[in-house]
Design a protein around this ligand. Structure first.
Ligand SMILES: [Zn+2]
Length: 281
């Protein structure tokens, strides 16, 4: 049986209500939802464009932004996270207010503010984001190159950095390193936040601790470095191997060795343990 209860939004979409069927209303509402989604995505793209232009003096097109978050150098989980965040697909903040029984999820349990990706990734006082960005910055500073102020635009545009070699050509290793550090750090912040907020329902006694967050970040980075060293073995992985030269360009300066293949997991972890926790974040 047709349900012809007319939603208020039907007036906005201009449906002829007398002759409306459930199917036509559903179609019209779906179109409206798609239009809102597109507007939201365009706003997200614009934020990336502005942030990247301020940072690199180059204004990326939409196509370059989309291509940049599909790079294989970003882990699959982080790629999916960036893609969904650019489409504004996460249910965060005010989106929970329309779901009866889940309204309390709209706000951050610690900061008493509406949740948003900006809040989670760059503002929240729960141990996680500030500490991870401090660690990421300390690691990057080993390269001696400038680190931008982290914003949502820079996170989503992390594949559009423009570090150059002395001869003014793009520094492939450094740009790849920035992409990996930022995408991995942002995705880890998101995963830690989801575990606390959803699995532990935002309980204050379950807030992630500083040692816990530090250990998770070090583990994530160590595993990535080790994965790249193993995956650069062309004898074993043939054509699917990551070019060994690229791995050296990415990690060699940071780990201060030309002989990455000789490194063991304990060497990598040892290096990361020395990365900056002099001051609390
Ligand atoms: Zn918060």
């Amino acid at each position: 049986m047709l349900n012809l209860t007319i939603p208020p939004s039907a007036k906005i979409i201009g449906a002829n209500l007398k002759h409306a069927t459930q199917a036509s209303l559903t179609k019209a509402l779906s179109l409206r939802k798609q239009t809102n989604q597109r507007l939201s995505t365009n706003m997200m793209l614009e934020r990336v464009r502005i942030s990247v232009a301020e940072w690199t003096n180059r204004e990326p097109t939409d196509k370059r932004i989309w291509l940049s978050i599909r790079k294989k150098d970003i882990s699959r989980g982080a790629r999916n996270f960036l893609w969904r965040s650019l489409h504004d697909l996460y249910r965060l903040g005010k989106k929970w207010l329309h779901l009866e029984g889940y309204e309390e999820r709209a706000s951050c349990h610690v900061c008493d503010e509406f949740d948003s990706l900006d809040h989670v990734l760059t503002e929240c006082r729960v141990p996680g984001q500030a500490l991870i960005w401090k660690l990421a910055k300390s690691l990057w500073q080993e390269t001696g190159r400038p680190w931008p102020e982290i914003s949502l635009g820079i996170i989503r545009g992390c594949g559009l950095s423009n570090y150059l070699l002395d001869n003014k050509r793009p520094d492939a290793g450094l740009n790849r390193l920035f992409l990996i550090i930022v995408s991995k750090s942002a995705y880890l912040i998101w995963k830690i936040r989801c575990e606390w907020k959803i699995k532990h329902e935002g309980r204050l006694n379950k807030c992630p601790s500083i040692p816990e967050v530090t250990a998770k970040w070090r583990s994530a980075m160590s595993k990535r470095i080790q994965f790249e060293i193993i995956a650069s073995d062309s004898g074993r992985f043939k054509r699917t191997a990551i070019p060994v030269q690229l791995v050296k360009q990415t990690w060699g300066r940071l780990l201060k060795t030309e002989h990455l293949r000789g490194l063991k997991m304990r060497d990598i972890t040892g290096f990361l343990v020395g990365i900056g926790l002099d001051d609390p974040p």
